[in-house]
Design a binder for this molecule. Structure first.
Ligand code: TYM
Length: 338
């Protein structure tokens, strides 16, 4: 088993990243068997596909490293690094560019959402972003890629690219790439904004009240939950009753995810109650889970030397692991390298 996943170092780690992806990374790391490997990386190369401040990107890369370690990623057991220190990611992206089709990329919902009506004005990097993502996982022969629901389409594209490359340039007996499986935790695949139950919780939402950040203190968490959008109805006693109540469903799902309970189980306890009773319980559960993480995060992020060392060590291992596949891709394409 080879587990590979990444996160963009743009701003704070939020509850959607944690419940949708990172918590699952930690679980996979902790349950890893001998001979298997986990690689987790900061997708700093992806972050330059949108307008950005260079100094902020550098600071965010280190902060996000601290956040991942605070969440339980152990640099002694997992390979933790940033893309920019492993040039093979960019190299393989270019090698895959001849295989990826314009039509495939045009269908990506993230591209459509981020470009909006102004496609002509977007960077080429934003359009070809999913090809770099394919390179990220194919470089290491990833078998499992733990992500939130929103990244599923990009991983299906990675499979299509791998399949076409293998068909066009390799034999069936000796394919160059393994087809990766997206792995989406069922209980928390999509955490929504606290202000709008139809939009995902996101770093790019201008409203701080829309998300819980892992670095938020207890008061801030309680305040954000208290102000979270809801409706005037009491909670139903079964999940069916939440079908047209996106905001209520989101809060109950978060409670379930954080306490390891199903939505029905949570509603068994809170059915018939109003949000005046439910919200404080949710806020407290969040504070309990997040307090130790944010405490550790605050300590780690001051230790620049350790963070640099973690990334350098991870990158050295990643470079070594990626070399055979990168070489095989160059060879398969007929590129002469002496
Ligand atoms: P990113 O940085 O937006 O998010 C990191 C991870 O968090 C998940 N996530 C969510 N899950 C549930 N609810 C939400 N509201 C929510 N918001 C974010 C994402 O699904 C993701 O798993 N393109 C990727 C980074 C990337 C990558 C890769 C991932 C680059 N290369 C290779 C996997 C494999 C991204 O921007 O994720």
């Amino acid at each position: 088993m080879r587990v590979v996943s990444g996160i963009q170092p743009t701003g704070n780690l939020h509850l959607g990243n944690y419940l949708g992806a990172i918590r699952n990374w930690v679980k996979m790391q902790d349950e890893m068997e001998e001979g298997s490997e986990c690689l987790f990386f900061l997708a700093d190369l992806h972050a330059i596909s949108m307008p950005h401040e260079p100094a902020e990107l550098a600071a965010n890369t280190l902060e996000m490293t601290a956040a991942l370690v605070a969440c339980g990623i152990d640099p002694d057991r997992s390979i933790l690094f940033n893309q920019a220190q492993v040039p093979a990611h960019s190299e393989l992206q270019w090698l895959l560019m001849g295989t990826a089709r314009m039509g495939w990329l045009n269908r990506m919902t993230q591209w459509k959402d981020k470009a909006g009506k102004n496609r002509e004005g977007q960077s080429v990097a934003l359009f070809s972003y999913p090809v770099l993502q394919a390179a990220d996982v194919l470089l290491y022969q990833a078998t499992h890629v733990p992500v939130g629901e929103d990244q599923k389409q990009h991983l299906e594209l990675a499979r299509d690219i791998a399949q076409k490359f293998n068909n066009d340039f390799a034999s069936e007996e000796a394919p160059v790439f393994t087809l990766p499986e997206p792995f989406i935790p069922p209980e928390a695949a999509r955490i929504m904004s606290l202000r709008d139950g139809s939009a995902k919780m996101s770093k790019s939402d201008p409203s701080e009240m829309s998300r819980i950040n892992l670095a938020d203190d207890a008061d801030t968490i309680m305040k954000k939950i208290k102000k979270a959008k809801t409706d005037p109805e009491p909670l139903p006693s079964e999940a069916k009753g939440l079908e047209d109540r996106a905001e209520a469903l989101n809060l109950v799902s978060i409670f379930g995810a954080i306490t390891g309970r199903s939505v029905d189980d949570v509603l068994g306890e809170f059915g018939g109650e109003g949000f005046g009773k439910f919200k404080p319980a949710l806020g407290e559960a969040l504070v309990e889970t997040l307090a130790p993480i944010s405490q550790r995060f605050r300590e780690l992020k001051e230790d620049r030397e350790s963070l640099d060392a973690i990334l350098a060590r991870g990158a050295a291992k990643a470079r070594e692991l990626g070399t055979p596949t990168l070489d095989a891709a160059y060879r398969a394409l007929g590129l002469v390298r002496g």
